[in-house]
Design a protein around this ligand. Structure first.
Ligand code: C2E
Ligand code: MG
Ligand code: MG
Ligand code: MG
Length: 285
């Protein structure tokens, strides 16, 4: 019985794994060609500073215009990129698109920093800081126009290498954000020693803070921690006005979330910025 069960189990498992493996390989192959062929596009989500209520920057979020499957979100391809050795190429492609866009905005009078998400393999690559510096030069932008977002878990993997790569980037003037803060396992001692400029508190805490005294307490204490360490606190995932108001009351520095805007294609972001400016200067009837 055991043998039979094992045999069946193995057979079923292998089949599933085989199918999945083939699917992943095929997807990785399509992604490799997609990156080279310009199928990646970026949507941009604005970040608002409470100080003066102005848009300080945007986060670039990757989308893949798959020729057959339409617009794909990162949950369908970031892991594939990471596990198939494509993350270096993907990040450089994203950096290029984001910096070219930031250049265009700068030329039309919008001073927006742009944030790009990076992955574990980027941070253990000793050439990455030079690559970033080169891309900034090509697009004629100062390092301060760029923020790189890293997650805590990413920093756990090869900590020494990652910290040295981050330090070189930071020394060059690039902003460094800890993304999804509060969902990883990094110790506070470790945090104090990282070359970072901002914490992005995960939306798991922000989204429910209005109804949850516990999450509201987490926001408050993270805010104190950030300020004690000289960091900017960005709240992620504010979905309604009540949350935005609560964050402002607590003294949070910046906010990002659907209530402000969903991630938008660049031309729509420009429209959104113009509408905001018009509303801000409109005389109430
Ligand atoms: P992230 O960096 O934490 O980005 C924020 C995600 O939360 C985005 O999802 C955004 O659309 C979503 N979001 C923003 N505001 C709200 C809100 O108010 N409510 C809710 N429910 N969600 C909100 P998206 O674009 O699907 O990206 C998912 C993740 O994929 C990102 O999380 C990031 O970790 C990764 N990612 C995206 N682009 C890239 C990239 O170019 N490179 C790498 N390595 N990772 C990327
Ligand atoms: Mg991010
Ligand atoms: Mg995040
Ligand atoms: Mg996230």
């Amino acid at each position: 019985y055991a043998a039979k069960r094992r045999r069946t189990g193995v057979a079923v498992y292998d089949e599933a794994r085989d199918g999945q493996g083939r699917h992943r390989l095929e997807l990785a192959d399509q992604l490799r060609r997609g990156i080279a062929g310009g199928e990646l596009v970026l949507h941009y989500q604005p970040k608002l500073a409470f100080d003066g209520d102005h848009v300080v920057g945007v986060e670039a979020l990757a989308r893949w215009r798959h020729p057959e499957r339409g617009l794909l979100f990162p949950d369908t391809f970031i892991e594939v990129a990471e596990s198939s050795g494509l993350m270096g190429e993907l990040t450089v492609a994203v950096l290029d698109l984001a910096l070219a866009q930031a250049r265009t905005w700068a030329d039309s009078g919008h001073r927006l920093s742009v944030a790009v998400n990076v992955s574990p393999s980027n941070l253990v690559d000793d050439r990455f800081p030079d690559e970033v510096a080169q891309r900034l030069r090509v697009h004629g932008l100062p390092a301060s126009a760029l923020v790189l977002e890293v997650t805590e878990s990413l920093l756990m993997e090869d900590r020494e290498r990652a910290v040295s790569v981050l330090r070189r980037l930071r020394d060059a003037g690039v902003g460094i954000a800890i993304d999804d803060y509060g969902t990883g396992y990094s110790s506070l001692a470790y945090l104090a020693e990282l070359p970072v400029t901002e914490l992005k508190l995960d939306r798991a805490f922000v989204g429910t803070m209005v109804d949850s005294p516990r999450n509201s307490a987490i926001v408050t204490s993270t805010l104190q921690l950030s300020h004690a360490l000289g960091l900017v606190l960005v709240a992620e995932g504010a979905e309604d006005q009540a949350t935005v108001d609560a964050l402002a009351d607590l003294g949070c520095d910046q906010v990002q979330g659907y209530h402000l805007s969903r991630p938008l294609p660049p031309e729509q972001l420009l429209g959104w910025l113009r509408d905001r400016a018009v509303r801000a200067t409109a005389v109430p009837a």
